[in-house]
Design a protein around this ligand. Structure first.
Ligand code: NAP
Length: 253
């Protein structure tokens, strides 16, 4: 990586990710959807995860209509999933593709924003489970396939409140602190596995349903669109970031 290279302006040739199989969680909407479409537009075969089969089918149709490689649909509600469901997902990847070269942990929920003193305990557990524990469980079942790849990339999604706590962000913030820890631990454990890298991405404020839930009154036209934050993800999930591991990237300045 040269000193003046900026992943935020990465613009690869159209077939740069050809041959790679990449699993994207939360690919049915928002940033995950935009990243999945961009990965496919650059030649990657995308395994689309989300909780709504209907929404995933729309992303599938958009990829096929644009001439991208045929994706796979992997619906799974991370709130309800049990060990066998994770194993079944990994088995489906093995059966369908026999490989995995990228894993983007993107699915998350906001929960509620409220002071800790009033924070609803079941909501706390749900947010920690979907945002953090599910990403850990998915990492665990996907690692054998990722380790078989010659060049695999695992990307976790954090947030500005994942490295500095802020009032009322409660469980969501803590889940992102946990995600940063998870990514750091995995990067350290895989330090000697030159073929698997692990990094964190902070998309910054992006015009999605989650952002609208967090800031209902804001003027959303001032926010970046999901497409505008895609370049950093494309770079991290593609071959041009080989050798980069244990780092955290901001998609916006
Ligand atoms: P979003 O538009 O709400 O999309 C979230 C995705 O996660 C959707 O595909 C959603 O599926 C999926 N998901 C939620 N709960 C799930 C569950 N129980 N099981 C399976 N899938 C589930 O959110 P976004 O704004 O694109 O956020 C994407 C990532 O960026 C998140 O990790 C978020 O924390 C992070 N982030 C976003 C911003 C921002 O400003 N937008 C800022 C910092 C970080 P459905 O379509 O079924 O709802």
């Amino acid at each position: 990586m040269s000193n003046d290279f900026d992943p935020r302006r990465y613009a690869p040739p159209r077939d740069r990710l050809a041959g790679r199989v990449i699993l994207v969680t939360g690919a049915s909407d928002g940033i995950g959807r935009a990243v999945a479409l961009a990965l496919a537009a650059h030649g990657a075969t995308v395994a689309l995860h989300g909780r709504s089969q209907r929404k995933l089918e729309k992303v599938y149709d958009a990829i096929v209509a644009a001439g991208g490689p045929q994706p796979a649909l992997l619906p799974l509600d991370l709130e309800k999933a049990v060990a066998q469901d994770y194993d079944a997902l990994a088995d489906a990847l093995q059966r369908e593709f026999g490989r995995l070269d990228g894993l983007l942990h993107n699915a998350s929920i906001l929960g509620t924003r409220s002071p800790l003193v009033h924070f609803d305990v079941p909501t706390w557990c749900r947010v920690l489970h979907v945002n953090l524990t599910a990403a850990f469980a998915l990492t665990q079942v996907c690692l054998p396939l990722l380790l078989e790849s010659q060049d695999a990339s695992v990307v976790y999604t954090t947030s500005s409140v994942g490295s500095r706590g802020r009032a009322y962000w409660g469980a969501y913030s803590v889940s992102k602190f946990g995600t940063e820890g998870l990514a750091q631990i995995l990067a350290d454990e895989l330090e000697n596995e030159r073929n698997v890298r692990v990094n964190l991405v902070n998309p910054g404020a992006v015009r999605t349903s989650m952002r609208a839930l967090a800031y209902p009154a804001e003027d959303y036209t001032r926010l970046a669109t999901p497409d505008q934050v895609v370049p950093t993800y494309l770079w991290l999930l593609g071959p041009d970031s080989a050798g980069v591991s244990g780092r955290r990237f901001d998609c916006q300045s």
